[in-house]
Each structure stands twice: as C-alpha cells, then as structure tokens.
Design a protein around this ligand. Sequence first.
Ligand SMILES: Nc1ncnc2c1ncn2[C@@H]1O[C@H](COP(=O)(O)OP(=O)(O)O)[C@@H](O)[C@H]1O
Ligand SMILES: Cc1ncc(COP(=O)(O)O)c(N)n1
Length: 279
Amino acid sequence: MTSVTLTIAGSDSGGGAGIQADLKTFQELDTFGTSVLTAVTAQNTEGVHAVQPIQTDIVIAQLEAVLDDFTIGAAKTGMLFSSEIIEAVAETIRRYPAFPLVIDPVMIAKGGSSLLQQSAIDALKTHLIPLATLLTPNLPEAEVLTGVSIKTLADMEFAAQHLLKMGCKAVVMKGGHREEASFAEDLFMSAEGDSFLMKSKRIETKDTHGTGCTFAAAITAELSKGQTIADAVITAKHFIQAAIEDGLNLGNGHGPTNHAALRNRGSAERKDVELNGKR
Ligand SMILES: Nc1ncnc2c1ncn2[C@@H]1O[C@H](COP(=O)(O)OP(=O)(O)O)[C@@H](O)[C@H]1O
Ligand SMILES: Cc1ncc(COP(=O)(O)O)c(N)n1
C-alpha cells in the first residue's frame, strides 16, 4: 500500500525549499505527500521578501484534518516560525497515535532571513525535540540549540551527544556549512549508541537552496516505507548528493536542487557516499 507522508512547514514561492521541496521529494520517493502550512514566504533563489505566519488555529485545523483521516507513515517539520505554532503542533501530535517524526529545526534562510523567532528556540527544545525520531540540524542550528561552537568533527560529536540528551532518538548533523572542507560530511548518532559518518564529495556550486528540506523529506519518505532510521538517512544522503550534483541552474541566486536526479539516473550504481563507522 502507498505510504502517506506529512510535512508541517512553510511555503517557498520559489519552489526550491519548504513545503514545495518536501512534496516533490515525497513524490519522487513513491509516497503520498500531505501538508500542513505554517507560514507563507514570498521567496525566490535570491532571498526572502516577506513572511506571513498562518493563524495557529488554522495550522492545527489542517493538522487535525490530515491526522483524523490518514494513517501517517512518517512526518517532518520544517519552518514553524513561532513558539505558539510549535507548542500547538506538539500538543496536537501527542494526541494521535505515534508515527516517526523528523524535526528539521529550520531557523534561517540561505540569504540570512529569519524563519524562526528567537523566542521560539526554547519551545523547540522543550516541546518538539523530545518527540523527534530524528533531529536534522545544520551546523549553525546545532550551535544555537546547544551553545557549543562547532568547527571540527570532534565538536560535531560533542554537540550531537548534547542534542540526544534533549530527548530525540537520533541526530544527523549536516556538514554542508563547513565550506572549508573538501567533503560534505554528515554525522549520524542515535540514543541507542549507533554512530557513523556519511561522507560525499563537496560539490562546488551556489545552487544549494532547499538542500536541508529535501534531505529531511527524503529521510521522512524512507521512514514511512519502513526503513530503519540509519538506512533512511543513508538513502537520503544519496538522494541529496545526486540532487545537488545534477542541479538545474534556475534563478539568479542560490538555485534549487534537482529532485528528479536519482530517478533520472535509473539504476546507476551508487558509489558517491562513503560510510565510516556504520556497523
Ligand atoms: N556543496 C555541497 N556538496 C555536497 N553536499 C552538500 C553540499 N551542501 C550541502 N550538502 C549536503 O546537503 C545536505 C543538507 O545540508 P546543509 O546544506 O548543511 O543543510 P541546510 O540546508 O539545513 O543548511 C547534507 O547532506 C549536506 O552534507
Ligand atoms: C519556507 C522555507 N522553509 C525552509 C527554508 C530553508 O531552506 P534550506 O533547506 O535551504 O535550509 C526556506 N528557505 N524556506
């Protein structure tokens, strides 16, 4: 049976990030995507022009409409904007039967615009992270959540352990922002004690708009199909690597990735991600 995925996130009118990236990824990975919109952004590859949050009762009405009707295979959260939306979303999710939940703690768009109010960071830590099957921070987000300065792999490990103590089952810390590194290295760590590094060639490109959303959506799709957290993360790393490598060069700023890249490559052998430490 087709598995149902859910994204709780903001709209990106430019189509490369947010709800749009999530739904395209869900579709590419053969799941049926549903969505709960938390905010509308007027955005393109060059930046965010305006942000309008959705009224909290309308966010929750969307969430209840989806959860009342569908059996959700897995869900993800992206841009949540305010502590009010975060608290209401967490409270609603807790009222329904549990499903795997990926939390992408989206804070700032590539151009520097804020997608999460400063006052919402505590709500994220207190109400949502404890519900997470997997937390997917980039390095600046992990720094904000932990207060740890992250420069090296050892720093990444230390911060990941700190995040696990907040109550999520696993963390994948994304290394896309370590621009001095010649590899894009993401660290996976679970509360059960699994830990491994996913290493791929860093692609020289400015077209990385929506990489985090796409990666988290791919993980969510694989979880909904019953993959383990570790296997879902590995499949998603292949998905995002191909999506960045085969970028579409659209727009004048940070262009979107190519969500169809892995499908277009067909059954090409996947050698582009190296795993260190996976048992
Ligand atoms: N230039 C790049 N080359 C290869 N992989 C990248 C590149 N930039 C980001 N990634 C990968 O894309 C995914 C999203 O990471 P990142 O860009 O750090 O997240 P975010 O969009 O949340 O800032 C990670 O798997 C990361 O390793
Ligand atoms: C509505 C919305 N949500 C999320 C992001 C972050 O995108 P990225 O995946 O590049 O961090 C964004 N730019 N816009």
